[in-house]
Design a protein around this ligand. Sequence first.
Ligand code: SF4
Length: 279
Amino acid sequence: MESLESELAAARELEIGALADAIESIGFECTRCGGCCTGYAPDEPGGAPVDEPGGKATGATDDEATVSDESPSSDPEAGDDPEPHTATVFPDEVRELVKAAESTHEETAESTHEEAATVAYDWRDVARPMPYGLSEGPDGQPVGETFEWALATDDCGDCTFYEESDGQGACTVHDARPLICQTYPFSVALGGTSQPMGEAVDAEGMVRAHECEGLGRDISREDAEAVAAALKERAVRELEEAIGVRDAYDPTAADRADSDLVVFDSEGPKRHDGEPVDG
Ligand code: SF4
C-alpha cells in the first residue's frame, strides 16, 4: 500500500473536471429517501430506513444528501435493530456545526415567535467518539481508545440534525454540513480515504459510487462540479487528518486522561467532550 503521504500527493493532483466528468457519467440525484442521514438495518448496506424497506419519500433535500461512511454490521445475530448512523466528522467541522446548531435554534425560535433563548450547544451535541474499537464500561458508557469522531445520533440512530415534517426530510445545518455529507454517495479510489457504506457499486475513473437509490439519474454540470470539488477537498482532508492522527497518537494519553475513554484526532488526544487530554 502506498504511504499516506503519497496518497495525499495524489489527492492534491486530482482534477476537478475529470471527477465531475465521472460523476456526470455515473449520474446522481437525491431522492430524499433519508437513507443516508438515518440509522439503517444491519442487512441493508446503506439503503432505505429499516421501517420502510422500499424507502420513503423523506430525507435530506436535494443537495442535502449525506452519508453513513462506515459499513454496518453484517452480524446475522444482530437482529432487525437499526445500526446508528455513523459518519466521520473532522474536529473543525464539529466546531462549525456547534455554531450552526446554535444559529438554527435562534432562527427557529424567531420564526415561531418563541422566546429566543440562547441555547448553548457543545461538542457532545454534535459528535460522539467513533464507536469502533470501544467496549462497554460498567455504567454502560463506552470505554477505551478510538480514532476520530462520528456525527451524534438520536435514540433512533439517526443523525441529530436530520428532521422530518409533513413527510419531508431535511438537514437542519445544511450550510455547515460536513464534507462527507456533501459528497455522498461518492468516494475516490485512494488508500486512506473513506469508502461510504461498504463496497462500491459503480466506478468511473477515480470516482467510486456507493449504495444509493439516486444513482444513475441526470445531474447538471454545475452540480457535478460542485460535488467534484467537495470530493477532492474531502479526499485531501481525510488524508491530512489520517496523517495527523498517526503523528499525534500517544499511547500514554490514557494514563493522563481523567477519563476511561480517549479519542485521538489530528489535534491530539481528547476526552469524550472534545476537551484535550492535556488541556
Ligand atoms: S449533518 Fe445533515 S446531511 Fe449530514 S447526516 Fe446529519 S442531517 Fe444528514
